[in-house]
Write a protein that binds this ligand. Structure first.
Ligand SMILES: Nc1ncnc2c1ncn2[C@@H]1O[C@H](COP(=O)(O)OP(=O)(O)OP(=O)(O)O)[C@@H](O)[C@H]1O
Ligand SMILES: [Mg+2]
Length: 219
């Protein structure tokens, strides 16, 4: 079997992947445009188009690498839009997202990485609360000791203290048919952007809280 990594020009593998994914996105976009022409499928078509936009940002086509960082509110908006599309298929789960984010709070580094981080955290929170029919996710940010601190808290069952030290490990999952990769991706991306991620339970079994601490982006 040939090893794709052995091809001349090491990052051809990555370029090839981005190229092939863009073709996949193109196909889905075209199908979505066709669907949008029929009123019955318009909402589905819009959800598909948003997912494609999200995918394109993730492969870096629109990656925001600016040193000034990325607006936290915008990132949470995009993650919440993704969550809403996902929830269409979890009938009966009602999720509210409350946020207390200052308008000038910014995250350092790559915007598409942060979008994935918050998508994974919101998705996990919604999945944790689905057996209760839903609940509230709080996204709060504050500046503390020269860092931006962002908390994502839910009012689901919380995380068993016995597994708390393992949840960021790749392939650790308590959910059937899940890969156990979401939080591993969160930690890898967060650390890749110079920040830290940790998990805890809210007092009195009131749910889980994930905390991100990021250095403030350069002015
Ligand atoms: N908000 C939460 N509330 C309670 N438990 C959580 C929460 N988020 C994560 N967990 C626990 O941490 C485990 C690991 O989460 P992670 O996102 O890495 O994997 P997963 O959600 O099980 O699978 P995948 O993300 O690959 O679909 C989950 O299986 C669950 O037990
Ligand atoms: Mg997950």
């Amino acid at each position: 079997m040939s090893d794709p990594g052995a091809r001349e020009g090491g990052d051809l593998t990555l370029q090839g992947l981005v190229h092939d994914l863009n073709n996949v996105f193109e196909t889905i976009s075209e199908a979505a445009e066709l669907l949008a022409g029929d009123d019955r499928w318009r909402e589905v078509a819009e959800a598909l188009a948003r997912s494609v936009d999200c995918g394109r940002r993730i492969v870096g086509v629109y990656a925001d690498q600016s040193r000034a960082g990325t607006d936290l509110g915008e990132i949470v908006d995009r993650a919440e839009t993704f969550l809403r599309d996902f929830l269409r298929h979890l009938a009966g789960t009602k999720i509210r997202v409350h946020r207390h984010i200052d308008r000038d709070h910014r995250l350092p580094g790559n915007g598409s990485d942060w979008e994935r981080v918050f998508m994974n955290l919101l998705l996990n929170a919604a999945q944790a609360m689905k057996d209760r029919g839903g609940g509230t996710i709080e996204v709060n940010s504050r500046i503390e000791d020269g860092s931006l601190v962002v908390e994502v808290a839910d009012d689901g069952p919380g995380i068993d203290e016995a597994i708390l030290p393992r949840i960021f490990t790749a392939r650790f999952s308590t959910r059937s048919r899940h890969a156990g990769l979401g939080l591993h991706i969160v930690r890898t991306l967060v650390e890749g952007n110079g920040a830290t991620a940790s998990a805890a339970n809210r007092p009195a079994g009131a749910g889980a809280v994930f905390t991100i601490r990021a250095p403030l982006p350069e002015e």
